[in-house]
Every structure is written in C-alpha cells, then in structure tokens.
Design a protein around this ligand. Structure first.
Ligand SMILES: Cc1ncc(COP(=O)(O)O)c(C=O)c1O
Length: 427
C-alpha cells in the first residue's frame, strides 16, 4: 500500500468513513501535502492546486506565510498556552492592538479558539447584558456548529441532534420589513454575517444595514456582526462593516486571525458590555481561548492585514479579477449568471443548484479549489488568498474558463445518472 492509500484507509477507519466515500465517489480523494503561498499539492501526485477557498479565510495570507512562521518560531522561545485564569502580557497586547483597529468603543476582546465559540460568547454577552432571550439570525446564515451558534443556523445542521433551543428566530437576509415583524423590546440581539458566505455572498445594501442598526438602537437590541469570513481585509477594508458606515456592538472574528498557523478567535465587545464580567470575572472562560502563542500570531496577522499597502493590493487585485470574471459571464451566459463581489469576497452566481457542485468538481480537475455555498448551491464561493498577484489571476482565469466549459458539457448527463445523489439534492 502506498503512503497515500494507507492514509486514506486510516482516515476511513479512524476518522470519518463517510468523507472518504464521498471524495472517492467523485474522484476527489486528495490528501493535502506540501503547501506554500496560494498553492498546495497532493501528497503523492505532482498535481498542485490553487487554493481559492482558503478555508473561508483561514489562508487569507496564503499557506505558511513566512512572517507568521517566523513569529511563531520566535514566540516558542518564550511562550506556551499560558494560563487563562491569570493576567497575561500576550493576551493584553493582542487585545490592545485589535481594539485599536476597531472603531468607536469596541474596546474589549474575549478570546476563543473557534468561530463557533466566539459566536456563543457573543450571544451569551448579549443575553447577559440585556437580560433578554430572543436572538434573531438570517435564514441560510452560518455562525458555527457549537451550541448557541448552531441554534442560529439552518435546521439541516441541527435536526439530527435534537430539539431547537428556545429564543431563536430567523428572518430572510436583506429584508428589513420581515425583520421589523420579529424585532422588539424582547430581542437581545440580531446576529448576521456582514456578507453571508454560506448563503453565497449576497451583498447587502447600505440602506439595509443602516436601517438594521437604527432598528436595533430603537429597541435596545445589540447588533452582532460575524466577520469570521469577511473581516481582516477580505473585502478591501479591514472590516466589511466599514463599507456601510455602521458600527456594531459586537464583532465575531476567527479563521484568518490564526494566520493559518495557530487557532485563535475573538469576540470584540463595546466597552459598556464588559460589565457582564464585573460581578464574576470568571463567569465565562476558555482554557485554550487566546492561547499566548495564538495571541502572538494574531498580532502579526493584524499588523500585516491592516497595512495600507496590503489593503490597496486587495483592491487592485479585486478590480483586476472583476474585469476577467465579467468577461467569463459573457462567454458562458447560460451557465455563469453574475458575480457577487466586495473586494475579494466573491460569489460566482450560476444558473441553478446543480451548477455549484458541478463547477466545484470540474474546477478541482483543473487544479482550482473552489467550493459551492452549502446554503445556496447556485453559488460557488470564490475566495482567492489576499496575497494573490495579477500573474496568479492570469493563471486562474483560463483554468476557470475551462472548468466552466467542462461543467456545461457534463451537465446534461447528470440528471440521467443522478451523479450528485442525495448529498446535493435540493434542500
Ligand atoms: C461566518 C462564519 N462564522 C462562524 C464560523 C464558525 O467557525 P469555526 O468553524 O471556527 O467554529 C464559520 C465557519 O465556517 C463561518 O464561516
């Protein structure tokens, strides 16, 4: 048995047999090997892939960014996880830098390990501060698979695991009239991704987010914005909400904060909200949340991502890619309908629900990793690393063009063969 085969067998036997069966079915049983910058290789084959999914932003800075690696290596000389019960230099410094990069009095940082944990913290904070229970989220939004985060999300992720928790309601994203029917003086918080990734990047209007902010203020309701995917420069501004001239009460961050190297997440809260810790400062704790090594890495990520030249680069590449993607909509009008875009937060809107999974597969065959949006399969999420260059774009576009041509050839065969089976059926 080759190394790759033995890895696959061990994964099948000891990690997740369903995942292996799924990838084998579509001949996509890649095992991630050597990785650097925007690319990674299969452990065995020479074939390399350009990462246009970036794990939703984990690899905003590409794989194994040299400055992040060097930062972690030097941090290992002095730090370890630290002790979350004690006062910590690394946590204090990372929080100070993050607070300084936030507008208004978004001054306090509660550290976590994952985006789901940071969302749970945000909801606990809102309930603790307001004394209310109701939480409103967007249909098709996604904030994680942990307890309270799971309760904000699509029922398909919850149903196999029991009853919904009390106090959670959902409204369609972008519809202020529907929101008005739910939002009242019993509402602790509205939680939304500023641009919902799992829903396929619908770009909100400025009016929607401003009206939402106003409604929250009128009702004493907190506004939680999840920027786990759209934050950290992805949209061409450091925070996506800065495009809309609003300031939320709570911001949830994860994924890219890790630099792709050391997991860390953060719930940033406005100054007055910190009072939830006054009676009992240990009322919410997380052993690994804000591990000191993670805090050092996060500081470096924030320094890189907030540089003017870095954000200028994101905007330059975003404009360059937009022109080329628009040309592809003209070339494949029956397949590729339009682009949804804010900076390098991009959704490729395709003809129908078969197209997202299909393009994921044909792009994979061309050496591009893109993934359809699970809560709207017409859309392929297209998230290039923020360090991608024009030369990289020149390599990506012809491959995407080919993948679209292939997808159109395959499409008529799919209905006959039920190629995508239950996994991709309309939900
Ligand atoms: C917008 C958003 N919020 C929260 C999460 C949850 O993050 P994690 O998987 O780190 O718990 C995700 C994960 O994909 C996400 O995309």
């Amino acid at each position: 048995m080759t190394n790759k085969q033995s890895t696959i067998e061990a994964f099948r036997q000891y990690v997740n047999s369903g995942k292996v069966a799924f990838y084998e079915r579509y001949d996509m049983d890649l095992v991630m090997g050597q990785r650097e910058g925007i690319r990674f290789r299969d452990v065995e084959h020479e074939k390399s892939y350009i990462n246009l999914h970036c794990n939703g932003g984990v690899f905003n800075l590409g794989h194994r960014h040299p400055e992040i690696i060097a930062t972690l290596q030097s941090a290992l000389e002095n730090f370890d996880i630290g002790n979350h019960h004690l006062i910590s230099t690394a946590r204090a410094e990372a929080a100070k830098l993050l607070a300084g990069l936030m507008p208004g009095d978004l001054n306090y940082v509660v550290f976590g390990v994952s985006g789901g944990e940071a969302t749970d913290t945000a909801i606990k904070t809102a309930r603790g501060y307001t004394g209310r229970e109701k939480i409103i989220s967007a249909k098709g939004g996604y904030h994680g698979h942990t307890g309270l985060a799971l309760a904000t999300g699509d029922e398909k992720y919850r149903l196999p695991f029991g009853k919904q928790l009390p106090g959670f309601e959902q409204v369609p994203f972008g519809n202020i009239a529907e929101l008005k029917k739910h939002l009242d003086h019993q509402t602790a918080a509205v939680i939304l991704e500023t641009i919902p990734a799992t829903l396929g990047m619908p770009i909100p209007t400025t009016g929607y987010l401003r009206d939402l902010r106003k409604l929250c203020d009128e009702n004493g309701t907190l506004l939680i914005l999840d920027e786990v995917q759209c934050g950290l420069g992805r949209t061409g501004k450091l925070w996506a909400f800065q495009h809309y001239d609003i300031v939320p009460d709570v911001v949830v961050l994860g994924k890219g904060l890790s630099g792709g190297i050391y997991p860390v997440s953060a719930t940033v809260i406005r100054q007055p909200l910190e009072k939830i810790f006054h009676d009992d400062p240990f009322i919410h704790i997380s052993t690994f949340g804000g591990a000191e090594l993670g805090c050092v890495v996060m500081k470096k990520v924030l320094e890189i991502s907030s540089e003017k030249s870095f954000l200028a680069h994101v905007n330059e590449i975003a404009d360059y890619i937009q022109d080329q993607l628009e040309a592809l909509t003209k070339k494949h009008p029956k397949f590729f309908i339009r682009i949804r875009q804010k900076g390098l937060m991009i959704g490729l809107e395709l003809k129908d629900e078969l197209c997202g999974p299909l393009l994921t597969k044909t792009a994979f065959d061309q050496g591009l990793l893109i993934v359809y949006a699970n809560n709207d399969k017409r859309i392929c999420q297209f998230l290039p690393p923020l360090i991608a260059t024009k030369k990289d774009v020149d390599e990506i576009i012809p491959k995407l063009d080919k993948a679209m041509s292939e997808a159109q050839k395959l499409k008529p065969l799919l209905k006959v063969k039920n190629f995508f089976g239950k996994m991709f059926s309309k939900s």
